[in-house]
Write a new protein. Structure first.
Length: 356
């Protein structure tokens, strides 16, 4: 027999962050995701109309509606990385819509996904949700529904739907030898959030609240379409670059000194600050191997710089592999040139990333 929940004293609530063991995209677990996708792929058969699915996986799924329209579908949620409910909701929404932009699409609508412990006041949940709605609305979409459950730890996110022309889908695969690698946002949000010091905390929040809408629009304005695009999230710049390299059968060379960093991020790394994702990778040889096996570092790249390049980003920027002719336009739009695409080199037996 079901029993109604006991009355909750709101005074018990001490903040969202204290209720989560790990927040933001640092809570993502690469090994678990790979296992889940493998299980889904094993039981799935190719369906008519699926343009992007599980083989190979990408930032979102894409389904053809007709000759002119395809539907993009993605879902993303995570535990809180901050106490401020409006920052949490806005960042979760910016992070969720990012996958639509990484596929070259526009945001249409979203469904909210929420799970909160009983001690979280209703007003806090309402503030999280309203901030997310504001972000989706600013992106030209609407939040039109959702689902919530009671959870031991708070989680919030969105299932986002968007549209793209079937012939204009951006993929992780497709980077070509001679392409230039362009990054639209500086790195370091995970480290700065973990450090919990000002002004670094405010800098990280501002970066995470900014969506990739304008970055995607800049790519679309280029006369030459990007050859490969992905957004930077829980696997850090190098983890997502490794995915692009593997799916493109190419080697990505990243110049560490050119990668833009948020103010204070390198200082945090030097001070020994690490996210939960860093600690899991350092303590789990299987996880570390899966993420780092295809990445090669020059001796000149310091341990602290490596940490920033691997830093899990929540609502990170877009990484694009583009023709040299697109560099000037993208640079004017805020992108930074961080490297080149080269012919495939054997790094631990496969395509990979060279950091020098």
């Amino acid at each position: 027999m079901a029993h109604p929940p006991a009355p909750v004293d709101a005074a018990v609530f001490t903040g969202l962050r204290a209720l989560a063991g790990c927040g933001g995209c640092a809570a993502k677990a690469p090994e678990e995701l790979v296992s889940m996708l493998a299980g889904l792929a094993a039981g799935a058969s190719p369906a008519a109309g699926v343009l992007v699915g599980l083989a190979p996986f990408d930032d979102a799924a894409v389904y053809a509606l007709d000759a002119e329209r395809a539907l993009i579908a993605t879902v993303d949620f995570f535990p809180p990385l901050l106490d401020d409910p409006r920052d949490y909701g806005a960042i979760a929404a910016a992070n969720a819509v990012s996958d639509v932009y990484a596929m070259g699409g526009s945001v249409a609508f979203a469904l909210a996904l929420a799970g909160f412990p009983a001690q979280v006041p209703h007003q806090v949940i309402a503030d999280v949700s309203s901030a997310a709605i504001e972000v989706v609305t600013a992106c030209g979409g609407s939040v039109i529904g959702g689902h919530s459950v009671r959870c031991a730890e708070p989680v919030f996110g969105l299932c986002v739907l968007g549209f793209v022309h079937p012939a204009q889908i951006w993929r992780k695969a497709g980077a070509r030898e001679g392409d230039v690698l362009m990054l639209s946002k500086p790195l370091g949000t995970g480290l700065l959030i973990s450090w919990q010091r000002e002004p670094g905390l405010a800098i990280a929040v501002a970066s995470m609240r900014a969506t990739n809408r304008e970055a995607a629009q800049a790519l679309r304005r280029s006369a030459d379409a990007p050859h490969a695009v992905t957004d930077i999230s829980g696997y850090g710049l190098l983890g997502h670059a490794a995915e692009m390299a593997q799916q493109s059968d190419a080697t990505l060379r990243i110049h560490a000194s050119r990668v833009p960093l948020l103010a204070g991020a390198l200082e945090a790394a030097v001070a020994g600050i690490r996210t939960g994702a860093h600690r899991r990778a350092d303590g789990d040889t299987a996880a570390a191997g899966s993420l780092r096996a295809s990445i090669s570092f020059a001796a000149s790249v310091s341990p602290a710089v490596r940490v920033v390049l691997e830093d899990p980003q929540t609502s990170g920027g877009l990484l694009a592999s583009v023709s040299p002719s697109a560099v000037a336009l993208l640079s004017a739009a805020g992108y930074v040139e961080i490297g080149r695409v080269e012919r495939r080199e054997p790094i631990e037996g496969g395509a990979g990333v060279i950091v020098d």
